[in-house]
Design a protein. Sequence first.
Length: 96
Amino acid sequence: MMMKDKGKLVIWPPYIDKTKSRSEGRIISRRTSVESPTINEINKAAKKLGLNPEVEADKAYPRNWWENTGRVLIDDTGPKTHLARRICATIKEMRS
């Protein structure tokens, strides 16, 4: 990460993707994660939670460097797993 990212956390779609295994990058439980999240959904959810999201659509998750999934930078206001769970809950709300 570069210095402009100071005070930010990176949320990659695989972090909260129910279809990924832990070894593929998922950081929260399957029960709390969502299926195939997009960076737009993550962005909207983070905006709703007031985390000042910044979308970087041209980035590729290091474990899947051939897929440009993009990533979302959010304010570092707590543990990454806690924020990821809150984003998932908000995405589930938006989908229903």
